[in-house]
Design a protein around this ligand. Structure first.
Ligand code: ADP
Ligand code: MG
Length: 586
């Protein structure tokens, strides 16, 4: 086949593929157009996860009737005219291809009216075929309706994820713009239900409250810094508020949401050592700098950008986050008093509980009252040698006590065992859970059903997974916008805070969009058990210590927690002998 020019229709579908990859990308472009048009209110309606309908109504400047046809033509824009301007972009759009692209893969209707026009105008584009402009009654502003997205690109439809995932993407996206533009009122309705709405009062913390609930909003730390012409503002979570993935790391550069690995790295480095492994902060940072410092013309979706001085941006972000963290959270170790006295100025003198570290240690080592007298459990294996441990199991252990409120100390026939109480309890809960799964996990009704608020994106996913939850002994139902009512929790977890349990579950659903059912179940259970397991730092009574140890001994895989980390460290007697110089080289 010789070289030939692609038919217009094919070329536009190829181009459209770059801009409109999924329903959320169309929503993004249309929101950006509304923002560029100076809208104060953006009302978004989604049906059929965005495949049946995306409608975005704004009260912005509108489009002149005689320019409507141009607006849906590729490379037609009101935002840019010379190539020099490309390096000084102050609008979100500039490529002039969003409406054309969306129009080539859907049935697009634009209805619009400018303030001084007596009538509105309307036009329809069907699979790239531009119709005629008609006049229509319309309020000031623009309504863009996108119906049957990808109806003429069936291959693209097949690549979309589940409806709940696509809906959740849209929620995430709108959430971000709402945070970035607190002056604009956003309404999002998905499948007839209000999914999120903000007040447009210009207060970002209020938007955080609208989106994540008042409690989370109150906890978030504010970041404000301005140096070298780079302004960094926004909110970051305190170290006590974390997620299991990086999805809540949001960056806007000059009002534009961007994906940039180095910004994420800068933030994570600022949190360095403050978070547990595998936990990530929630961050919404807005970075503003002169437009000529940023090249936004890197990618059709405009999600990638290039900084002229990347290092300066990196260190500004890192410094700003670090400073906010230090300002808001007490330095670790402050409470332990004496060591820091003098070094921390007035704060340390305010700390009255000066504890001698040695005493502290002694208090935590809670030894059993009279262990050696009674023939303890551990003598049994000696007399009944048939009870040798299974491979990977543990021998019967004699409890010595608890150490540092975090470890159990035990003696086995072959040496000393240090057991991580949290990891051990995780394992115990997990195996009990898995064992009871076949006949239905026993469930316990809460005395008072708990209302739990979940961020919009998580809420969409949770809604679709409610039947799965009931299999695990949770009884949860939808209860208004992004709120759920927990009526019962698995008996095994009766002590857990229902809100915490539910949030943990949502994190897990979010992690993996289409996991295998069995794998998903095991992972959810592991995750819930982790949350429910006794924490390090909790003093256990001798009875609790004993019970935990006995339960652990009964586990099939007692040596690791469900996430694969060790539950115990074994110090064999011969190692001890070598360390004390009793054996081997002198
Ligand atoms: P771009 O935003 O890159 O200019 P688009 O294809 O998204 O390209 O839009 C083309 C043009 O249509 C814009 O430049 C703008 O003039 C006009 N337009 C699009 N959406 C709106 C809207 N919601 N309100 C006012 N004008 C709009
Ligand atoms: Mg645009």
């Amino acid at each position: 086949m010789g070289i030939q020019l692609l038919a217009n229709e094919v070329a536009s579908q190829i181009a459209a593929g770059e801009v409109v990859e999924r329903p959320a990308s169309a929503v993004k472009e249309l929101i950006e157009n509304a923002i560029d048009a100076g809208a104060r209110f953006i009302n978004i309606t989604i049906e059929g996860a965005g495949k049946r309908l995306i409608e975005i109504a704004d009260d912005g400047a509108g489009i002149a009737g005689e320019e409507l046809e141009l607006a849906v033509t590729r490379h037609a824009t009101s935002k840019l005219s010379t190539s020099a301007e490309l390096f000084h972009i102050t609008t979100l759009g500039f490529r002039g291809e969003a409406l054309a692209s969306i129009g080539s893969v859907s049935i697009l209707t634009v209805t619009t009216r400018q303030a001084d026009a007596p009538m509105g105008s309307q036009m329809r584009v069907e699979g790239g075929m531009i119709g005629t402009v008609t006049s229509a009654g319309a309020p000031i502003g623009t309504v863009v309706r996108v119906e049957n997205l990808f109806y003429n690109v069936p291959a693209r439809l097949k690549f979309l994820k589940s409806d709940s995932t696509e809906r959740s993407q849209i929620d995430n996206l709108v959430t971000r713009y709402a945070l970035a533009y607190p002056d604009i009122r956003f309404h999002l309705k998905q499948e007839g239900k209000i999914s999120l709405q903000t007040g447009g009062r210009g207060d970002r913390r209020a938007v955080l409250g609208d989106l994540y609930g008042a409690e989370t909003a109150r906890k978030m730390l504010e970041v404000i810094s301005d140096s070298d012409g780079i302004r960094v503002s926004g909110f970051i979570s305190p170290i006590s508020l974390t997620r299991s993935n990086r999805r809540e790391l949001t960056f806007f550069v000059n009002g534009r949401p961007v994906q940039d690995a180095s910004l994420a790295t800068a933030v994570l480095q600022a949190y360095h050592n403050l978070l547990m492994v595998g936990r990530y902060p929630m961050v919404a940072l807005f970075i503003d700098m002169p437009p000529e410092e940023v090249d936004v013309n890197v990618h059709p979706t405009k999600a990638e950008i290039r900084f002229r001085s990347r290092d300066a941006v990196f260190s500004s972000v890192q410094r700003a986050v670090r400073r906010a963290l230090l300002a808001h959270s007490p330095a670790p170790g402050l409470e332990t008093g004496s060591i820091y006295q003098g070094g921390w100025g007035q704060e340390s003198t305010a700390t009255s509980n000066t504890i001698d570290p040695a005493w502290d240690f002694a208090r935590d080592l809670q030894t059993q009252p009279n262990p050696p007298e009674e023939p303890g459990e551990w003598e049994e294996p000696a007399s009944t040698p048939t009870q040798t441990p299974l491979p990977g199991g543990v021998p019967l252990l004699r409890l010595v006590g608890q150490l540092a409120s975090a470890y159990l100390v035990a003696e086995g026939p072959d040496g000393l065992y240090l057991i991580d109480q949290h990891a051990a309890h995780e394992r115990v809960l997990y195996e009990k859970f898995m064992a009871s799964r076949g006949e239905g996990v026993p469930s316990q009704a809460l005395l008072k059903p708990a209302a739990v608020e979940i961020p919009p994106a998580g809420a969409r996913i949770l809604e679709s997974e409610l039947p799965v939850l009931s299999k695990f002994g949770f009884q949860v139902e939808s209860f208004g916008t992004n709120t759920f009512l927990v009526r019962a929790v698995p008996t095994l977890l009766s002590g857990i805070e229902p809100g915490a349990a539910l949030r943990v579950l949502v994190e897990d659903f979010e992690e993996d969009e289409t996991p295998l059912a069995a794998e998903l179940e095991a992972r959810i259970i592991a995750r819930v058990c982790k949350r429910a397991a006794v924490k390090a730092g909790k003093i256990l009574s001798p009875e609790e210590q004993k019970a935990l140890l006995a339960d652990l001994e009964n586990c099939r895989s007692p040596r690791t927690c469900p996430h694969g980390r060790p539950t115990m460290i074994h110090l064999p007697v011969d190692l001890l002998e070598r360390q004390f110089g009793r054996r081997g080289a002198r």
